[in-house]
Design a binder for this molecule. Structure first.
Ligand code: RFL
Ligand code: PHB
Length: 394
């Protein structure tokens, strides 16, 4: 089997890359370990930066998002018993879109299948070979049969726990990591959102977040212990804790899904080894407080798709310009933005959560910073411009 670009992983990164390449006549094969049903129902991110919205619209896969997504013009910060609004539109002229990650994934899978392009679900024994040569290969098993996929490039879009990053010799990678001493207990519940915009609450009992997916479905999070046992959280305990921390009128309703997400900041540098390019969570993780993970994944593959387009030139099929400049710049181009987004995600996390080792001094300092944000236009604007999304290329 032969293709131009082998893409490992059908999350937002792998699927969007496949779509962007196909639009430019570049052939690719997508390999995914899980089933279609699993990836289409994996509840994760929910906030799209304005640029992510533009990328999906320009790629022709934004119609359902524009019809069903919720356009948000700001967020609320709750602390010290009060509620403050950060008006993104007024501060930056931009908005964000609430649209579940699994909806983005569904739209991209539908587009790939409608174009009759190769997308293999439930593959196993995936391994990467010769990525330090001009003819890399991917071996995998599908339907019990062993395959070898020969290609020009491999895109490692297989998430934090994937195999691609691990194939890079350790001495060629620098890893930067911070693990936070807490996690998020997240639920998806069948209740109308209790606020028309997201609420980030810094409470004595810990952080809480009110988000949503539609007019009838809410997404809610509670700061919890990193090893929290979800069994210890019957519905009534979740609702009463959410009410206490969010300080809003919150109806109880059926809990459709619950999970605990550990929190970490992580960057692997460079995001490339030979002809293997890492994108999205395979290369970096952010704590979800800044709502950035899916957006970073989409920004990476936008850069990668453009670099591959410049390699293949206008006539992808058969022809190639062989220009490596943009591919050579890929890692540096992405990392300069990745680190700014890492900083923002770490900052939002530190600003809003309770840390066990915090002294009363630290708590006062957190409040002072929150007060500063809601009382200074410059400070609010800093939060807003990061939240709606920094420019793609510097
Ligand atoms: P994904 O989505 O993890 O996709 C990787 C895919 O690779 C597959 N895979 C393999 N396939 C073949 N062979 C192998 N050996 C493979 N190993 C793995 C996996 O099955 C999977 O399908 O990575 P990608 O595409 O880089 O996308 C990243 C995002 O998923 C992630 O950053 C976000 O979900 C993070 N995130 C959020 N991001 C936001 O932008 N806004 C948010 O509001 C937001 N909230 C969140 C989040 C993540 C969360 N969790 C659960 C991690 C909230 C939560 C709770
Ligand atoms: C979500 O809706 O899942 C969500 C929203 C904002 C965040 C994280 C997650 O910061």
């Amino acid at each position: 089997m032969r293709t131009q670009v082998a893409i490992i992983g059908a999350g937002p990164a792998g699927l969007l890359l496949a779509h962007l390449l196909h639009q430019h006549g570049i052939e690719c094969v997508v390999l995914e370990a899980k089933s279609r049903d699993y990836v289409e129902n994996r509840v994760r991110a929910g906030v799209l930066e304005h640029q992510s919205v533009d990328i999906l619209n320009q790629a022709g896969v934004g119609a359902r998002m524009m019809a069903e997504g919720l356009l948000h013009h700001g967020i609320f910060l709750h602390f010290a018993g009060r509620s403050h609004r950060i008006d993104f539109e007024e501060l930056t002229g931009r908005t964000v879109m609430i649209y579940g990650q699994q909806e983005v994934v569904r739209d991209l899978i539908a587009a790939r299948l409608a174009a009759r392009q190769p997308l293999y679900f439930e593959v196993d024994a995936v391994s990467v070979h010769d990525s330090d040569t001009d003819s890399p290969r991917v071996r995998f098993r599908s339907g019990g049969e062993q395959h070898t996929l020969e290609c020009d490039f491999i895109a490692g879009c297989d998430g934090f726990h994937g195999i691609c990053r691990a194939t890079v010799p350790p001495e060629q990678l620098s890893l930067y990591e911070r693990v936070y001493p807490f996690a998020w207990l997240g639920i998806l519940a069948e209740i109308p959102p209790a606020s028309h915009e997201l609420i980030y609450a810094s409470d004595e009992r810990g952080f809480a977040l009110l988000s949503m997916r539609s007019a009838t479905v809410s997404r809610l999070y509670l700061q919890c212990a990193p090893d929290e046992d979800v069994e210890q959280w019957p519905d009534e305990r979740i609702w009463s804790e959410l009410r206490a921390r969010l300080n809003v009128q919150l109806a109880s309703g059926p809990v459709l899904q619950r999970s605990v997400t550990p929190m970490r900041s992580f960057v692997a540098e460079p995001m490339r080894f030979g002809r293997l390019f890492l994108a999205g969570d395979a290369a970096h993780i952010v704590p979800p407080t800044g709502a950035k993970g899916m957006n970073l994944a989409m920004a990476d593959v936008q850069v990668l798709a453009r670099a591959l387009q410049s390699f293949y030139g206008p006539r992808a099929h058969g022809g190639r310009s062989g220009a490596m400049e943009a591919l050579n710049a890929y890692s540096q181009t992405c990392l300069s933005r990745v680190w700014k987004v890492q900083r923002f995600s770490w900052w939002m996390t530190s600003l809003l959560h309770r840390f066990e080792e915090d002294t009363p001094f630290d708590r006062r300092r957190q409040f002072a910073e929150l007060e500063y944000i809601v009382s200074s236009r410059a400070a609010a604007q800093t939060l807003a411009e990061n939240y709606v999304g920094l420019p793609l290329a510097p």
